[in-house]
Design a protein. Structure first.
Length: 132
């Protein structure tokens, strides 16, 4: 359905972001490459799964889209917070690598999700207020 289509296209966006930004970031911070990869994977996977969940409930009556939105944000916050605390204990290289991986996995997927949601909302006719 719609959620699976979203997941496939979002995975392509994430892969594209890694392809474009990865070579720039890889090797940039001493000891940070594994953390770069970890920050990217954690953020991208959560973003793809939460976005697909949100896409699957998009347009349904009620506030069903809030659950995937809130869960996605909270899971990312917890994982990034924990990952960053651990990386900071190891050193600056891992911390910068982790934050960079987070940014590479987060920013393009958030932009894609915003555009996808905007387009999906425009594709649906507005509800008729007289029918309520």
């Amino acid at each position: 359905g719609r959620g699976l289509r979203y997941a496939r296209s979002a995975a392509l966006v994430a892969a594209g972001a890694a392809t474009v930004a990865g070579p720039w970031a890889w090797g940039r911070w001493p000891g940070g490459d594994r953390w770069l990869l970890g920050g990217f994977v954690v953020t991208a996977v959560v973003g793809i799964v939460a976005g697909a969940w949100q896409a699957s409930v998009h347009g349904r009556p009620g506030a069903g889209f809030l659950a995937p939105l809130v869960v996605g944000v909270l899971v990312r916050m917890v994982l990034v917070g924990v990952g960053l605390v651990i990386a900071l204990r190891i050193g600056d290289g891992p911390a910068w690598g982790f934050l960079t991986g987070f940014a590479i996995g987060f920013v393009p997927l958030q932009a894609y999700e915003a555009v996808w949601s905007w387009r999906a909302a425009r594709a649906r006719p507005a509800p008729d207020p007289a029918s309520r």
